[in-house]
Design a protein around this ligand. Structure first.
Ligand code: ADP
Ligand code: ZN
Ligand code: ZN
Length: 810
């Protein structure tokens, strides 16, 4: 028997291994096996089993089988295969992205004692130390050796030890996931009956503590299955030794059980309020579309009850005994949204996202395999091993965080979800207040069924949006720093009414640039071709691309002048300006810098929600699905900046962001007010936001895409070449372009220098491929891209060249 194994490496072929006779019975598709490559061990996944192979080279043998049951299913493997083809990457790369780290075993080097005793030879002090440590232990890991010697480079010492045969080096696979074992207490066999328990109490009556422990045991028995020692001791107010004493007497028994790391939650309130008639109509549309297996796009304004409808649809699917995957943008997962779904589904639901520990992720993985009904997760949850998937809900389907930029596979979770419906024969529901241009286009083309909720629940009015032209206001002397008097007055009014304000700014930090007024010098990152952003709170300059940090210089390094000023505005600066205008106001900031930990994020949201703050200043994070009762005013002081981003989706993104932020205003009783300041109001997108004309925005946008050759009318693939040497990169890019052009003609752009042309000391060049959206042409193009990449690497001395392929860039 032979098996093809996927390994967590970027190699384009699968490795074939022979299965030794004694392991044949355990081999199944989807189990992990331990295999050698060169002198390392890896854990890979069995992809294919065959009885014979047609090669002369005798394959190596697998070492062992790691799982008794497959950890992934045939559907997952089918998905991996599709993804590697569609996104032009290897199966190993998909596997890397798909499996929680703890399921990807890696080989670890272990040092064990050799034939020669460490005292018998002459060794350096460092080597002697290791020899001694090994005499006390079965083995040492590299990390332990580093710790003992207190330095990173230990190889000279290792070489010395190996040459003297004092140590041997072995490779072993390390299982990184350990179930959490907890000690618990129960009555032992002879004391199960009540009479026996009373006797036992009598027998220990001279020890008050033992009596208390036993009484506690009886009391807790009704509340839970496994009573941990810790809990029992806490409850009975006794030490652990008391329980040990009872164990010695044979009255109780201490045993191990595996405790789940996943917090479980009780259902709090089942949302019983009936659907409104328009929500009911949408629900019926969904059932009808699903009956005919058509994907469905729900376009509903913010606050119309989309979430309410998702919940009903999910319930319906679970009732039929199927599993549901509910996809949310990463940041929305730590918010009120999850609490709301939790309160409905309780134990039936689990959450999966990147802020979880590895061990927690493995447990969600296993629970999904066992058939847990509802998984709420970020983009990577499309990889979970659903055994019985019936429905996928993609909330906020327009959201850019569904796209993985780096590393490969550069996938879009919404698109993958649509693919999953074919693999699992399941249903899909996409929803948004501002659908992406591509999804709305699909709906108009009839690929998706479109259903809409045009009004807010309870007929709460949509916010009143007003545009303020800062050029005009400045001329009329109605501006104070960046704020118009109108905006300042509106904020003041709101604060007076004891209501709350959200201020949106899409840049974090204090000021994007620190510049010398005398000579024009600006602080630049040493590793990237970008200016450093000033962060006042940390009092330093930071690069948002590579994380480089520098002290704020006291003088201009170029001319020695002292007139260093900040130019442009980040969230921090906005916060400071607001505080100067409203000295009494309690202001809090929500951005990447203030939310490094999960708890920081939650506490800002909770505190704002409980009105501990009056004004929330934030980046895009404030746009995601919040429902704050007292927010009646939303301000966007610098809306122009939204249009100064690169990429063909800039206008679309600007429309979406402004609409979503505006949607945070006045969601409950009072109509909300939104003020948007622009210096040039001639871009039609501002009026489209003001009057909430999605259709008009869409028509204009789709026409532009058609005129200028952008998706969805063509297929786009972005190739990015990287190298440390600019001239070398230039040549390689030209050569690659020429080779692609011979096959693809004018579908290939000339090499383009991106606006940020160097990141982390690597120079960058882009090639944009635009081709007809035709299955055959796309397949040929992908083939050519990969083939010519290989050829390029063959002829050229390509040391250090990297080529990233991004299919459907956004
Ligand atoms: P969306 O997801 O479209 O923003 P939500 O589902 O969050 O809208 O609904 C907005 C508000 O209206 C929420 O506070 C929700 O509880 C309430 N709501 C929506 N539909 C109903 C309903 N049928 N019955 C009672 N309350 C509803
Ligand atoms: Zn200067
Ligand atoms: Zn940098």
């Amino acid at each position: 028997m032979f098996v093809d194994v996927i390994l967590p490496l970027a190699i384009s072929t699968l490795y074939t291994y022979e299965v030794p006779d004694d392991l044949v019975d355990g081999i199944k598709i989807g189990v992990r096996v331990e295999v050698p490559i060169k002198n390392k061990l890896y854990s890979g996944i069995v992809y294919k089993i065959s009885a014979a192979i047609n090669t002369d080279r005798k394959p190596r043998k697998i070492n062992s089988i790691l799982d008794t049951h497959p950890i992934i299913l045939q559907e997952n493997l089918n998905l991996w295969t599709w993804m590697s083809g569609y996104y032009c990457c290897t199966l190993g790369e998909v596997m890397q992205a798909a499996l929680p780290a703890s399921l990807k075993l890696e080989s670890e080097t272990k040092l064990t004692a050799g034939e020669v005793d460490y005292t018998e030879v002459e060794l350096s002090d460092a080597a002697f130390l290791i020899g001694e440590a090994l005499s006390l232990r079965d083995y040492l890991t590299i990390a332990e050796v580093q710790e003992i010697l207190n330095k990173k480079s230990i190889y000279p010492v290792l070489r010395e030890l190996m040459e003297a045969s004092v140590v041997k080096v072995e490779e072993e696979l390390i299982e990184k996931y350990n179930p959490k074992i907890v000690k618990a207490v129960r009555w032992s066999q002879d004391f199960q009956h009540e009479d026996a328990q009373i006797e036992a109490l009598d027998a220990v009556k001279r020890s008050k503590k033992q009596v208390n422990a036993l009484l506690a045991l009886s009391e807790l028995k009704n509340t839970t299955q496994n009573i941990t020692i810790t809990w029992l001791c806490e409850f009975a107010q006794v030490e652990r030794s008391v329980v040990k004493e009872l164990e010695k007497k044979g009255i109780v028994e201490i045993y191990d059980y595996v405790e789940s790391r996943l917090t479980s939650f009780e259902k709090i309130e089942d949302d019983q309020s009936p659907l409104t008639s328009s929500q009911q109509m949408v629900f019926n549309d969904i059932q009808a579309a699903h009956a005919s297996n058509t994907p469905l796009l729900l376009k509903g304004v913010t606050g119309s009850g989309k979430t309410r409808v998702y919940i009903e649809t999910i319930k319906h699917c679970i009732k039929q005994g199927k599993q549901v995957l509910y996809l949310l943008p990463e940041i929305a997962l730590t918010s009120q949204m999850v609490d709301r779904i939790k309160s409905v589904f309780g134990q039936d639901m689990l959450v999966y996202h990147s802020k979880f520990s590895n061990a927690e992720r493995v447990e969600v993985w296993q629970e999904t395999l066992k058939g847990r009904p509802l998984i709420v997760g970020a983009r990577s949850s499309i990889f979970l091993p659903f055994s019985n998937l019936g429905l996928i809900v993609v909330d906020e389907e327009h959201d850019g965080s569904y796209k993985q930029y780096d590393p490969a596979p550069r996938y879009h979770a919404r698109d993958v979800a649509v693919m999953l419906t074919h693999l699992y024969k399941c249903k899909i529901l996409l929803g948004s207040a501002t659908p992406s241009v591509e999804s709305f286009h699909n709906a108009l083309e009839g690929k998706y069924v479109l259903t809409t909720l045009p009004n807010r629940f309870n007929d709460v009015l949509m916010p009143d949006i007003e545009l303020l032209d800062t050029t005009k206001e400045r001329k009329a002397n109605r501006m104070k720093d960046i704020f118009s008097l109108k905006m300042l007055n509106a904020i003041e009014e709101t604060l007076k009414n004891k209501e709350q304000v959200i201020v949106f700014q899409n840049r974090r930090g204090f000021a994007p640039v620190i510049q010398c007024q005398d000579c024009g010098w600006a602080a630049q990152c040493t590793n990237c071709d970008v200016k450093l952003t000033f962060h006042k709170y940390f009092n330093e300059l930071r690069c948002h691309y590579c994380g480089y940090r520098a002290k704020l210089p006291e003088k201009c390094p170029d001319c020695g002048g002292i007139n260093l000023h900040d130019v442009g505005l980040g969230t921090e600066k906005i916060e400071q300006l607001l505080q100067s205008h409203f000295t009494e106001a309690r202001i809090v900031r929500l951005d990447y810098d203030t939310t490094r930990t999960k708890t920081a994020y939650e506490s800002i949201i909770n505190d704002f929600s409980n009105h501990k703050y009056d004004i929330l200043v934030g980046t895009q994070m404030v746009t995601k699905g919040f429902d704050f009762e007292k927010v009646t005013l939303v301000c966007i002081p610098l809306a122009d900046a939204l249009l100064y981003q690169p990429g063909y989706k800039t206008t679309e993104r600007a429309f979406q962001i402004m609409t979503q932020v505006a949607g945070r205003a006045g969601r409950r009783i009072k109509q909300g007010k939104v003020l948007i300041q622009v210096s040039r109001s001639d871009n039609p997108v501002f009026d489209e936001v003001k009057f909430q004309k999605y259709d008009q925005f869409f028509d204009r946008e789709i026409r532009e895409r058609a005129d200028f050759n952008y998706p969805p009318f063509i297929k786009m693939i972005h190739l990015q070449l990287k190298h440390k040497d600019a001239i070398y990169l230039d040549n390689a890019a030209k050569m690659y372009e020429k080779r692609l052009r011979t096959h693809l003609g004018n579908g290939v752009s000339v090499p383009i220098t991106p606006s940020v042309s160097r990141v982390k000391n690597m120079y960058l060049k882009d090639l944009i491929i635009k081709i007809k959206s035709d299955t055959k042409i796309i397949a040929k193009t992908k083939y050519v891209i990969l083939k010519e990449k290989e050829n390029l690497f063959l002829i050229d001395n390509v040391k250090g060249l990297r080529i990233n392929i991004d299919v459907d860039p956004i």
